[in-house]
Design a protein around this ligand. Sequence first.
Ligand code: F6R
Length: 605
Amino acid sequence: MCGIVGAAAKRDIVPVLVEGLRRLEYRGYDSCGVAVQINNTLQRVRTVSRVADLDTQIQTHAIHADTGIAHTRWATHGAPSTRNAHPMLSREQIALVHNGIIENHDALRVRLQALGYVFESQTDTEVIAHLVHSLYAGDLFSAVAAAVKQLEGAYAIAVVARDQPQCVVGARAGSPLVIGVGLHEHFIASDALALAGTTNQIAYLDEGDVAEILPDQFRVQNAHGDAVVRTVQTVRVDESGAALGPYRHYMQKEIFEQPRALADTLEGIESPAPELFGEQAPAYFARVKQVLVLACGTSYYAGLVAAQWLETLAKIPTRVEIASEYRYRESVPDPDTLVVVISQSGETADTLAALRHARSLGQTITLAICNVASSAMVRETQLRFLTRAGAEIGVASTKAFTTQLAALFLLALSLAKVRNTLPEQTIVAQMRHLRHLPRAVSAVLALEPQLMAWAARFATRQHALFLGRGLHYPIALEGALKLKEISYIHAEAYPAGELKHGPLALVTDAMPVVTVAPNDALLEKVRSNMAEVRARGGELYVLTDAHTQVLTEEGVHVVRLAAHYGLLSPVLHVVALQLLAYHTAVTLGHDVDKPRNLAKSVTVE
Ligand code: F6R
């Protein structure tokens, strides 16, 4: 969501801070700011504009410093405004940036006001700045360590003090924070990506850690106050992901990267095998009796597709739950459950909390399907499969989704193998299909001009309905989510069979109805549902495959994919819906990569 960068060095680090913010900006872009320590003063620049504007202001004021912190914000407490932008200052002596949400901020504010602190923002962050100030007596590290003991909620913070040159202190609980190691310089960031190009030597802080960085060293104290060593690792930060190349938006680039992302994810995998998911997977897969999938948003829809694959191929009962619901409801745990968390970022607060909740109930066989190797989810699960989508910058998830699907299909086939539910030749045939996916997706991408033509019509509408059945109902859900999040057109998805149980009342000639109608066993049922729409004057936009009897006619627009792709058909149909959403948003002139009110990686509840 928000992003943090900090540095303590023996050179001008302002360009590093700005570049770090640029790399993190896609995560939160309501406002941004920097605070640097220069000649025993703190200088701050903030803007509700983008990082480019911040950079211009910094250049105008010719700000150079060897110590500082910076932040890009996604608003939780307090509207997006300069006043609420980080860094927050306390009495011009402490500057602080924060990711996360402090739950006891009201009580702390009352106490600090009684001590005479004046609040200028509506944020929970300002509370931490004043709290650190109230505890500061010349040693920032001790002040921060004492302050975080009083915080309830989630935080990653970075702090500088006017009177302590070349020193930045950070702390984390519930939100990620890393330390970057350079030559006579150290950095702190909410993600190693922020430091790409500066250092790939990264130490990951643990829950409850407090760290101090100086140019020549760093030290860490754990939640119990003990000095600890956090190992410095060489990480591969995908810098290429940050370059836009010939594309107009990251979302477009990421849609078109899908053949490559799928090929990378499947590289070197000849046949399904439990070992692909970790050393202990063969033993666990032989033991598990059911699967519980936990995820949010688009990743949840990947789970809905996977549930059908798991039951069809591996004959294993599968439940899929929205993480934010599961974590707070009473459920009936079973230790022989394979708990699968699906997440692009691996840091989504609700999914992480749901994983921990599942474990606390004794369900300890856990698997992460994730795109970020260093993420909390990958660290906290026993088994893992890393999708190799590369950095996903566009807020609307695209290549992460299709690579998750590829991974989940492999999971279904691997479990089928262990459970002996499929003949070997079926597994071989399905695997061949899976490996052919990159080429099949390329063929769908070639349909872009037809989807642009649809988009031109959609851009004039206020609402849209998406229909699908079976494996393609989650794809209808995903298509509707993509459209609403970047074009702001109200879109809903239904299983086509549900139409007559209510949503049909919405159908008029002003309601475009997108129908995902592949050439599968449910096609005739879907055709009946389409007839119901046409009978009410609804305009149909049908995604179908070659050789179906769905024909273009008055009020019926058809885009045809190549031959039906069997169980993997959802991976192809969703690509067409991504293109529809993308071009609709572009036609409407929206900021596709940074849709309003949203952020990448929802690391707060
Ligand atoms: C929608 C989208 C979100 C994410 C959701 C989960 O395009 O990107 O719905 O899918 O916030 O994020 P991850 O997968 O990082 O856990």
